[in-house]
Ligand binder design. Structure first.
Ligand SMILES: [Zn+2]
Length: 585
């Protein structure tokens, strides 16, 4: 183990811009004055996240950092250490090679544990450092696999009373179920979902068994099957929690409730659907407090950023964000709301569902069963004297008309639309019977957004670049270079454009490493286009011109398109052509 005696964890974090110089001085000051270790001070002050801390610690002490994903864990390596011990000492053995085992540890300086594992397994331990919550999650995942045994045990415990209640079809009250094993099982299912970071839980009845699946990182994975005879009790328990009618099994129902796991409160949206085999339940987990980002962190810059910021600073008018589901548009608008949120303004929002909580904003959930639609909500908002209104999505003519009306009568309205390009929003709203002269006078800006995965900085490398790819990038670059307005007004983009040299250019790719789980990508960034509100675009709106012509008018005025913004990120080595193509096609 080589130890760099000069640099501390604090220095490494500072070099990576994860600590400010003030924070660095504060740490050093406390270190000298109290004798506490730099590591403990940083932990106590909570300056950085666990992952960043672990990575910096590894850099100082020459221990490799690992961000383990379940697929990287070799089950036979995992089984070398009893799970109870793994949990107690926060260690995960994940790979075996020759006579050694790779051991992810929250504390790789814990020599007694290393010694113990070596003696117990007969393998030499290669320590890795990992964030403790990463290890918890992996160990929890393992617990998920063991859920079977616990459920079987719980099933055996189901008391006569619960069975009797089911047979007699009596009303099941919360009191009768509170202490029942079913309640424990449901609790365990939800706890597992939160700890796995799942976005949805699917509980589906089959002919003989019920299937339990979790959606994690966008992928739905079967966790286990449950005995058919438990299905109705589990559904009943979930229905009680979400205040749905237990005896109503023939129509779909929607409800919601909250769970608390550790210190995290998660909002759950429950929907039931009658199927031939019984009721299917889907539980969606909503993050209670979304992270609010700066526009730059989201990936906006240059003229795009300037125009968007200006549009959002206006006291009235409409800002639209377009793009498919998961394009990041809601995060962008939530960040905008949070920036605009001062004591002097009243912000209201109507959403379906409320995806990101913004402190201080009055957020309302659409509830069609109770007659609360986007249109109804919007109408009642106007009586609440708001300054800024966020409408989750414009889906129908009535909402479109009300939104434009609100923008026209002194409100700043933010909303989203499902169109492929920024320019496409205008013909789309005109299709929804919005009057063209009203739209022309209210639109502040239209933004289109996509999310591309970022190349993992740890394993990024230049690769041989085919001629035709260089040619296609050159074509896009030349087109931007020829745009005098763009080159003059968007200095940030112009700078990237000027660095591109077709004779020398090589694309970058992540070859896959432990830090990115062998994927080659880590994290995501937005690519954007912002259609400005110019006289020409207003005129084209009045004349109901097609999207292509409106887009041309935007480009003439210096607009960078989604595809062009994506190419700039490729030139900078931040993402790949494949990613840009995947999200823009
Ligand atoms: Zn990597």
């Amino acid at each position: 183990m080589k130890i760099d005696t000069v640099k501390t964890v604090a220095d490494v974090l500072y070099e990576k811009n994860l600590l400010t110089s003030d924070q660095l001085s504060a740490v050093k000051f406390e270190n000298v004055n109290t004798g506490k270790t730099v590591e403990n001070i940083i932990k106590e002050r909570g300056y950085v996240g666990e992952e960043d801390y672990a990575e910096a610690f590894g850099a100082v002490y020459g221990i490799q950092y690992v961000n383990l994903v379940p697929t990287q864990v070799d089950p036979s390596a995992f089984d070398l250490v009893p799970i109870e011990m793994a949990k107690k000492y926060k260690i995960v053995p994940f790979e075996m090679k020759d006579n050694s085992v790779s051991l992810a540890m929250a504390d790789p300086m814990d020599l007694p544990t290393i010694d113990f594992v070596e003696r117990k397994t007969g393998f030499k331990v290669i320590p890795f450092i990992a964030a403790s919550k990463n290890l918890d999650r992996l160990l929890e995942e393992q617990k998920g696999k063991e859920l079977g045994a616990e459920i079987t045990a719980a099933l055996e415990e189901i008391t006569q009373t619960t069975l009797k209640i089911e047979e007699s079809g009596q009303e099941i009250t919360e009191a009768t179920l509170r202490d029942a094993p079913i309640a424990r099982i449901v609790g365990m299912i939800l706890e597992t979902a939160v700890k796995l970071g799942a976005s949805d839980v699917h509980f589906e009845p089959g002919e003989n068994k019920s299937r339990l699946r979790y959606r994690v990182d966008g992928v739905l994975d079967e966790k286990r099957t449950l005995p058919k005879e438990m299905h109705d009790s589990i559904v009943a328990r979930i229905k009680i929690l979400s205040k749905l009618k237990i005896d109503e099994k023939r129509v779909p129902q929607d409800g919601r409730f909250k769970v608390e796991v550790g210190k995290i409160t998660t909002d759950l949206r429950v929907s039931t659907l009658p199927t031939v085999n019984g009721e299917k339940v889907v539980i969606r987990l909503l993050k209670s407090e979304g992270t609010i980002y700066s526009y730059r962190d989201l990936g906006m810059r240059g003229l795009t950023l300037k125009r968007y910021e200006e549009a959002a600073m206006k006291p009235n008018g409409m800002i639209l964000a377009t793009g498919p589901t998961s394009s990041g548009k809601t995060v962008t608008l939530a960040s905008t709301l949070s920036k605009l949120n001062t004591v002097r303004v009243n912000i209201v929002s109507i959403e379906d569902p409320v995806e990101i909580r913004v402190p201080g904003v009055n957020q309302v959930q659409v509830n069609p069963q109770a007659g609360l639609t986007f249109a109804v909500g919007l109408r009642s908002f106007l009586r609440q004297d708001p300054n800024i209104i966020f409408v989750g999505e414009i889906r129908d003519n009535e909402t479109a008309e009300l939104a434009v009306h609100a923008a026209l009568t002194g409100h700043l309205v933010l909303s989203t639309l499902h169109t492929n390009s920024a320019a496409g929003a205008i013909p789309r709203l005109l299709d929804m019977k919005v009057e063209s002269f009203l739209l022309a006078s209210t639109l502040n800006a239209v933004l289109a957004q996509r999310l591309v995965r970022k190349i993992c900085p740890n394993c990024s490398e230049e690769v041989e670049t085919p001629e035709e790819l260089i040619k296609s990038i050159s074509d896009v670059v030349e087109k931007m270079k020829a745009n005098k307005v763009l080159m003059a007004k968007d200095l940030e983009a112009a700078k990237v454009i000027k660095t591109f040299d077709p004779a020398k250019f090589k694309i970058k790719k992540g070859k896959g490493c432990l830090k990115c789980g062998n994927v080659g990508y880590k994290g995501r960034i937005g690519i954007f286009e912002v259609l400005p509100s110019t006289d020409k675009i207003s005129l084209y709106t009045l004349e109901n011109k097609p999207a292509t012509q409106i887009e041309e008018a935007g480009i003439e005025d210096g607009m960078i398109t989604l595809l062009q913004d994506g190419y700039l990120r490729v030139i900078e080595g931040i993402t790949t052509i494949e990613e840009v193509m995947r999200v823009t096609k």
